[in-house]
Design a protein. Structure first.
Length: 465
């Protein structure tokens, strides 16, 4: 799926990011001292000025900094941002049934919009420019509108559920009705934000979706060309429950036999993917989004990212949701992803470059956007992250392109960078964070709306918190 330029990017004055070190994340992992030219929301040159008359050019001084592709998070729950800290001390299924589902049932469009804006502000300040969001049920329109208003690039859709133990009545929808609403939202929002926002289908997981709903999802995805984004193989208890419900079949067996795997399927977690599962996925448009902090916090396990990638499956990365993380920091996630693979396979099995790819070039492939984003290359959308090398934890002896003692800048960034180093963030060439501050979103207003929204959601949830 290729998303168009933003109108704002097309109409903006040309811009040059001058004097930085460009970590391109291209196929050759090129690192170069070069200017990055942005015209009409796209990268028009890396190095010398592009061969066209530009007229007035805005200069963004990035000397002493690295320029990276904007970070991509392939699994996010913006609808849960308000619930940070409200689901502690629980494993997955009790966490959902006792806290998260009741809270989600209390959403309306206003509260969902506030939750999306709060999460978007955090994402942008941490260098994330693109997300794939699982959506919510009640308040789906407000959440998607919040994504549009935030300036993020995104794939997003309504969360689909129609059955399941512990599912509140407010989330249990008729399968035909919820699919019809999802299609209406897709027709209204696909291509919104002047092309930044794409639509996808979000069946929550097998335990909350009937066979009828899954078949409807499969047919709707085929008819509209929309991807399917769901949770699968997150915890052993979840898979055991799926086997009880689906006549001994686990998630991947079910997806294969029901024809869901034949579409464009993206699963979050995949902690318990087996060699048989990966063999079933061979030849299909299938990807996995790794959520290391969430998997650790809920006691789910450690996904074998090295083995999944060796099977030819693209892997992205995501922070998941605020109540199971508790932050949305992509740099923290990719660092943790690398360290956990060292634990499973030994040092050297998963490099700093590998980790950065999960949030850039490979993360883009996992979302079907490899031609649009994920690397700093001419023709791609100018979604860019600028990190300061003047932070003490990122100091390098000598030029960043050829550091002394055999240091690799990819390792320096993957293991040392944090959101404290974020200086500028651009989406479609527009600075949404400049000098570490949001340019279009007002945090005071966002915080005030979030407080009002949380009180309303908790009241409607009936939890008595």
């Amino acid at each position: 799926m290729r998303l168009m330029n933003t109108k704002q990017g097309r109409n903006a004055r040309p811009r040059v990011l001058r004097g930085g070190t460009v970590v391109t994340m291209d196929r050759e992992a090129t690192i170069v001292e070069a200017d990055v030219w942005v015209v009409a929301g796209r990268i028009a040159g890396v190095g010398a000025a592009p061969p066209l008359a530009l007229g007035p050019v805005e200069v963004l001084d990035v000397s002493g900094c690295v320029v990276l592709p904007g970070l991509i998070q392939g699994h996010i729950h913006l609808g849960q941002t308000l619930f940070r800290g409200l689901g502690e001390g629980r494993r997955l299924l009790p966490w959902l049934r006792e806290r998260i589902w009741p809270l989600e049932s209390g959403h309306d469009d206003e509260s969902a919009h506030a939750s999306a804006m709060l999460g978007a502000a955090e994402l942008l300040l941490g260098g994330t420019t693109t997300i794939q969001d699982i959506g919510i049920g009640p308040g789906a329109r407000g959440l998607i509108q919040g994504v549009v208003d935030s300036g993020l690039r995104a794939l997003v859709g309504k969360c689909l559920m129609d059955c399941g133990d512990g599912l509140p009545a407010g989330l249990k929808e008729d399968p035909d009705a919820t699919l019809a609403e999802s299609v209406a939202l897709g027709e209204a929002f696909h291509g919104a934000g002047d092309g930044r926002v794409g639509y996808l289908l979000n069946p929550r997981f097998i335990l909350s979706c009937s066979d009828t709903l899954w078949r409807g999802v499969r047919e709707t995805a085929h008819r509209h060309g929309w991807p399917i984004h769901t949770h699968a193989l997150e915890q052993e208890e979840e898979t055991a429950a799926v086997r009880r419900l689906k006549a001994g079949r686990d998630e991947m067996e079910y997806f294969d036999e029901e024809g869901v795997l034949a579409g464009d399927l993206r699963i979050a977690h995949g902690v318990w993917l087996s060699d048989d599962h990966l063999a079933r996925a061979r030849g299909h448009r299938f990807s996995v989004v790794h959520c290391p902090s969430s998997n650790l916090k809920l006691g789910s396990g450690i996904a074998d990212v090295v083995r999944i990638r060796r099977a030819g499956v693209p892997v992205g990365i995501g922070a998941d949701g605020s109540p199971c993380n508790n932050d949305l920091d992509a740099l923290e996630e990719l660092r943790l992803a690398a360290l956990l693979q060292h634990l499973k396979h030994g040092p050297g099995a998963f490099t700093g470059l590998d980790a950065l790819r999960l949030a850039t070039s490979e993360g883009a492939a996992a979302l079907g956007l490899a031609e649009e984003i994920g690397s700093v290359e001419v023709g791609k959308a100018a979604d860019l992250l600028v990190l300061s090398l003047e932070r003490p934890e990122l100091w390098l002896p000598g030029a960043a392109t050829s550091p002394a003692f055999g240091l690799d800048l990819h390792d320096t960034l993957a293991y040392g960078a944090s959101r404290a180093a974020v200086r500028h963030v651009l989406v479609a060439g527009q600075p949404l964070v400049r000098d570490g501050q949001l340019t279009r979103l007002d945090l005071d207003i966002i915080h005030r709306h979030a407080g009002d929204a949380l009180r309303a959601v908790v009241r409607r949830s009936g939890l008595g918190l």
